[in-house]
Design a protein around this ligand. Structure first.
Ligand SMILES: C[S@@+](CC[C@H](N)C(=O)[O-])C[C@H]1O[C@@H](n2cnc3c(N)ncnc32)[C@H](O)[C@@H]1O
Length: 227
């Protein structure tokens, strides 16, 4: 998969590309992450990319011209153009899985008061990472890049993410490592038993219990097999 990110702050992504699973996925050529500086596409002699809002109001708005031209320079027949926006659909694991099926993502990061509304005409999807306001789309774009990359086939063992929170609308089960007894707090007996069936049963029970307690809204989505 290729991911182009249109941003005013390409350097914010430098560290993201240098560590952990993203770094490995880049080395293994599972993903290419290309940073595109929005200012390079400004036809303004001062490389300006923002302007005042019509109608008045505080804060600048990203003008459509550099965004249109940046997208046009990157877009292929199979590209999906995503605008990071608090007004978008709320991002969930299901969407991350869907995005792994794409060959090419173009992610536009907004800034200031946001982007000129006419940019929506060249966008396939607006995505929000939560009901709060970030300064710019960069951190939101990183959330997409990270969550999608780790789901791409061959990046990590598929068994690892099949067991993770949100599959079947359940949170993950509790995990423990050494020591067996940490300051009087013991690892549940069943996990030391070596009895695989009982461990499996206990883990599923814990998943349901924890989801009911911490995220009842997930259970209300009604996709849990209670059998
Ligand atoms: C300060 S925000 C603009 C907020 C906008 N005035 C509003 O109230 O909806 C600047 C940029 O940050 C990004 N952004 C902020 N919050 C976001 C969120 N929750 N999810 C995705 N992107 C977000 C978007 O790209 C947005 O254009």
């Amino acid at each position: 998969m290729k991911i182009d990110i249109i941003t005013l702050f390409p350097e914010m992504f430098t560290e993201l590309k240098k560590h952990s699973i993203i770094k490995k996925a880049i080395s293994a050529k599972k993903v290419t992450i290309n940073l595109v500086n929005l200012r390079d596409f400004s036809d303004n002699k001062h490389r300006q990319v923002d302007d005042y809002q019509y109608g008045g109001g505080k804060g600048m708005v990203l003008t459509p011209q550099p965004i249109y031209d940046a997208v046009a320079s990157l877009k292929k027949a199979n590209s999906k153009v995503i605008l990071m926006s608090p007004k978008g659909q709320l991002y969930q694991q299901k969407k991350a899985y869907q995005l792994t099926q794409e060959k090419h993502l173009i992610i536009i990061c907004g800034h200031y008061e946001g982007v000129d509304e006419r940019v929506l005409d060249i966008v396939d999807e607006e995505i929000s990472i939560g009901d709060y306001i970030l300064t710019g789309g960069e951190i939101a774009a990183m959330v997409i890049v990270d969550s999608v990359t780790r789901l791409i086939d061959g990046v990590i063992e598929s068994e690892s993410h099949l067991q993770e929170s949100f599959n079947n609308n359940l949170l993950d089960y509790p995990v423990y490592t050494r020591p067996e007894n940490f300051r009087g707090k013991k690892v549940p007996e069943v996990l030391l038993s070596g009895h695989h069936e009982n461990i499996k049963k206990w883990r599923l029970e814990q998943q349901k219990k924890q989801t009911k307690k911490k995220r009842p809204d997930l259970m209300e989505r009604g996709m849990i097999d209670e059998k």
